[in-house]
Design a protein around this ligand. Structure first.
Ligand code: GCW
Length: 694
């Protein structure tokens, strides 16, 4: 029942699926007489129009909008008592064994429900009591770091490892809207409902998407809309100057305000459901309010005020730090920067400003503590930003399933195990607490900002370069919908949806092998790269492969401070940068305490001698050697496991993964040998097991 683009999408999807299995689809519009022919014919399988009162044969699946028409008696019986609201995107599922019912209050709910049925497969038609599903996070968004022009340093897609952009090529829209439509379908199947279509580093052509190239954005929005995906745009804070010819972009200047207000009106004329802006301001050289002596709240509120009448939001990024620091200056700590800049502004942002906070205080490393900003701004809408694109986790040449990492982040409880989690903060359901005193209680926070991921998709035939990196895209959407899901179960869904079971031989082999390769791959990557949370040690610029001292004497604020005696960054209050004090209790105490600090973060918080004994009982230096040898062995094992799938999966996919696993093995060995040799040479401490170190 019902009308509109989204309903048409659902009908198309159902028709396509039923057509494949020889089923039939009947569309019963509530808004046309029961005997009239269906006004909108879905593409796909066979269908006929029948009166709404026709009896449903066994095996039926009924999809309906709850307020569109009276439900048949059997459906009313199945859902008796379940009449709480489902929201814009939620759905209800119930089944008697021979009839299955999917209900939603809005068309997007039907779409998500339908993809849920697809995940269930045959089990969708089992008898089941009423289940209600609603997303935990309202906005589940992917940011594309896609440039419109090919940028001389960062290329078509900044930190993109999957070919070119699906939206832009060589300074213009690609116009491949069929691909964009497929992308919308993919996003809806994962649960993603928003995308920003251009890089947060806004270069000249990207800036013009807001004005003369708005038509290109509108075409993408039109194509994604049927899948419930809203489009957002990264804008430059200097737009009034670079696009509008104004002398300045001061957020308190009346002409600047008028310029942004007119820009917003033009955007909403073309794209009535436009999501809003993403802004990287005063960060890594991007323009911002600091130029005019204003702060981030002034800047964000200016834009937010112009979007508010139309229901848009501003995603203002908290990734602000001094990228020109003097490496000799030990008092400046990049990890502190976001907290120091933003927490004094808590309570000053408008309701439609979302502060978008990277999950860790540094920069998407394989291991970091959770950003303390997430526990320190109770009066601000906060979004958590993760990196689906694998800039620091193997660049989609290495297998690295990030579901377990995101799950750990979202489940982290900054106020201790009884308190709210990071997912609660992103959902807006965390209670407010004073982060420094750790005192509990308080009113419920404002609406949350959701989860944002930097996209890992490009025009590659497998979408993500490494075919197995698709699992990260899928897990991102699923964990944004329900952060409590088990990441291995999510991976299992992806495997079952992506790889049909073998029809001959061992039917479980493909699934078991993919689990063996992917389940622990994040920990494997961690083992052969930078140890114990210290981070970086990557080749500057492109960030691929090892370079232990690559960033050590640079202005970027990412140091490990290894010398002949020890390694790590002292971020304690007692003797270091005081960063541990940005956390509420109990973490401020645990991180401060050399013996309480979790091993995996030890070198993030402490500078220790090589002989320091970890909670695991091993010394730091022996841990470094052992994990680096083990990491490479695990990659070798992954390669062996994968080889068992020759002939069992698509040959092109098999070849692509095989070639990447070879590269992962090569690169992991390079990491092992450079890291181990570096620390052997610095410390002079031999490996207890006498293994070869260069
Ligand atoms: O991790 C760093 C990347 C930059 C990126 C920046 C950011 C878009 O190396 O490429 O710029 O973060 O998040 O803004």
């Amino acid at each position: 029942h019902g009308t509109g683009l989204l309903v048409d999408t659902v009908v198309d999807e159902v028709a396509g699926a039923c057509g494949r299995y020889g089923g039939t689809v009947r569309r019963v519009p509530a808004d046309v007489p029961a005997t009239a022919p269906s006004p909108v014919g879905p593409a796909g399988g066979p269908r006929r129009h029948v009166p709404a009162t026709a009896p449903s044969p066994p095996g039926d699946l009924l999809l309906a909008l709850r307020d569109a028409a009276a439900l048949p008696a059997w459906a009313r019986r199945l859902t008796a008592g379940a009449d709480g609201p489902l929201g814009d995107e939620g759905f209800l599922l119930a089944g008697s064994g021979d009839r299955t019912l999917l209900l939603a209050d809005a068309p997007a709910g039907l779409l998500y429900g339908l993809f849920h049925l697809v995940r269930l497969g045959r089990a969708a038609f089992d008898a089941r009591p009423v289940e209600c599903h609603r997303p935990a996070l309202a906005r589940r968004m992917l940011d594309h770091w896609d440039n419109v022009d090919v940028h001389p340093v960062t290329g078509q897609v900044e930190r993109g490892y999957a070919g070119g952009s699906i939206f832009w090529r060589d300074g213009a829209a690609r116009g491949d809207l069929a691909r964009v439509r497929e992308y919308g379908r993919l996003l809806a199947a994962c649960g993603v409902n928003a995308v920003a279509v251009n890089n947060v580093n806004v270069h000249a052509s990207g800036a013009r998407l807001l004005t003369e190239r708005l038509g290109d954005v509108a075409a993408i929005a039109d194509t994604l809309r049927p899948y419930g995906v809203r489009v957002h745009l990264s804008v430059t804070f200097a737009a009034p100057v670079v696009l509008g010819g104004l002398p300045n972009a001061d957020p308190l200047d009346a002409a600047v305000r008028a310029w942004w207000a007119a820009a917003a009106r033009r955007v909403y004329d073309r794209i009535p459901d436009f999501g809003g802006y993403v802004v990287k301001a005063d960060s890594e050289g991007q323009p911002g309010p600091f130029t005019y002596g204003r702060d981030h709240a002034d800047g964000a509120n200016l834009l937010a005020a112009t979007l508010a009448p139309f229901g848009g939001v501003v995603h203002w990024r908290a990734f602000v730090y001094d990228h020109r620091q003097d490496w000799r200056d030990r008092s400046t700590d990049r990890a502190r920067a976001a907290f120091d800049h933003f927490t004094p502004l808590d309570g000053r942002f408008r309701d439609n400003v979302i502060l978008q906070v990277k999950h860790g205080p540094m920069d998407f490393q394989v291991r970091e503590p959770v950003s303390p900003v997430l526990a320190a701004m109770p009066a601000t809408r906060l979004a958590v930003e993760v990196q689906v694109t694998q800039e620091y986790t193997g660049q989609q040449r290495h297998v690295c399933y990030l579901g377990p990492w995101w799950s750990e982040i979202l489940g982290f409880a900054p106020w201790g195990p009884q308190g709210p989690t990071v997912a609660d903060v992103a959902a807006g359901t965390a209670s407010t607490r004073d982060p420094r005193s750790g005192a509990g209680g308080g009113r419920s926070a404002t609406a949350g900002g959701g989860l944002v991921g930097v996209s890992n998709v490009g025009d590659d035939p497998f979408w993500t370069g490494h075919p197995l990196a698709q699992a990260n895209l899928y897990a991102f959407g699923r964990l944004a919908w329900d952060p409590g899901l088990d990441p291995v179960a999510v991976l299992d869904e992806w495997i079952r949806l992506t790889f049909p079971p073998a029809t001959t031989g061992d039917p479980g082999l493909v699934r078991r092998t993919l689990h063996a390769v992917l389940d622990g791959s994040w920990w494997t990557y961690e083992r052969y790269t930078a140890p114990l949370g210290v981070g970086f040690m990557v080749r500057p610029g492109h960030h691929y492969g090892p370079d232990v001292d690559g960033y050590e004497y640079t202005p970027w604020g990412t140091y490990h401070f290894a010398d002949r005696d020890g390694v790590g960054v002292d971020r304690t209050r007692a003797t270091g940068t005081g960063f541990t004090g940005q956390y509420p209790r109990p973490w401020s105490e645990r991180y401060e305490d050399l013996h309480g600090c979790p091993d995996e973060l030890l070198l993030f918080f402490h500078h220790v001698p090589y002989g320091h004994v970890l909670r695991s009982g091993r010394t730091v230096i022996q841990h470094i050697y052992d994990t680096h040898f083990a990491g490479v062995e695990q990659v070798e094992a992954m390669r062996g496991q994968w080889r068992r799938l020759a002939g069992l999966v698509d040959p092109a996919l098999y070849a692509r993964v095989s070639e990447r696993l070879d590269e992962q093995r090569r690169c992991a060995a390079e990491w092992r040998d450079q890291v181990n040799s570096y620390f052997l040479r610095k410390s002079g401490v031999p490996d207890e097991h006498g293994r070869r170190i260069w």
